[in-house]
Design a protein around this ligand. Structure first.
Ligand SMILES: [Zn+2]
Length: 224
């Protein structure tokens, strides 16, 4: 399968050391620098839906297209990251935990502090501005550890809830904790999604397990 770079972000926040269990927090200034780097290197952003069609097709791929994704739907995606993206004319795809919209990241409890998540109005506003909203299940479980029926419920019903609340098709998915196996993969494919993302430590690159890169404090992977 062909490649269009997919960047993975989680939280954009200046976090106290020791409170970033997963290494998923990026300071605001660094995030702003990343976006400037992309713009200066001539990149433009496309949604994951469009990217997945192009990766699976045989039309030429614009080498300066990329996808920006945010996992989890944290409030700082709306408050901090979205204005920076907007200043460059960028859009992103955000994977939302459909059962926790407007609440807190309860799956973080015990490992780091839970953080506030976007509410439905904020998600609708991003969608109106051209962002794409994907599913990240209902409750953020490790899907491959669940009984098949429960995993299917998380995958199928999260999409239904999102489509109902946002009044638009939801075609993309992302596995919480990057946790999936071949059964989970099939459940996502059969649920009617068009594409799904891997976590960043996985190297597979398949239609329902697309590889992503996690830009960190080092040189940006798409820098000129
Ligand atoms: Zn997640």
């Amino acid at each position: 399968m062909r490649h269009i770079p997919i960047l993975a972000y989680h939280r954009v926040v200046d976090v106290v050391p020791g409170d970033d269990y997963y290494g998923n927090c990026l300071p605001r200034t660094l995030f702003a620098e990343h976006m400037r780097t992309l713009a200066e290197a001539g990149y433009h952003t496309i949604s994951l839906e469009v990217a997945s069609r192009r990766m699976g097709g045989d039309e030429p791929i614009d080498p300066k297209s990329c996808v920006i994704t945010f996992d989890d739907g944290y409030l700082d995606t709306y408050e901090v990251a979205a204005p920076v993206l907007r200043s460059y004319g960028f859009v992103a795809t955000v994977f939302v935990v459909a059962g926790l919209v407007g609440r807190r990241s309860l799956w973080d409890a015990g490992k780091c502090c839970t953080a506030p998540l976007m509410d439905w109005d904020q998600l609708r506003e991003l969608a109106r501005r051209g962002w794409s909203i994907g599913s990240h299940t209902l409750t953020h479980p490790e899907l491959a550890r669940l009984p098949v029926d429960e995993a299917r419920h998380e995958i199928v019903d999260s999409r239904r809830v999102l489509e109902q609340e946002l009044d638009r098709p939801v075609k993309t998915f992302c596995y919480p904790f990057g946790n999936w196996d071949e059964i989970t993969y099939e459940l996502v494919r059969l649920a009617g999604y068009a594409a799904a993302c891997n976590d960043t430590w996985r190297e597979e690159h398949r239609p329902f397990a697309l590889a992503r890169r996690l830009p960190g404090p080092g040189p940006h992977p798409l820098a000129r």
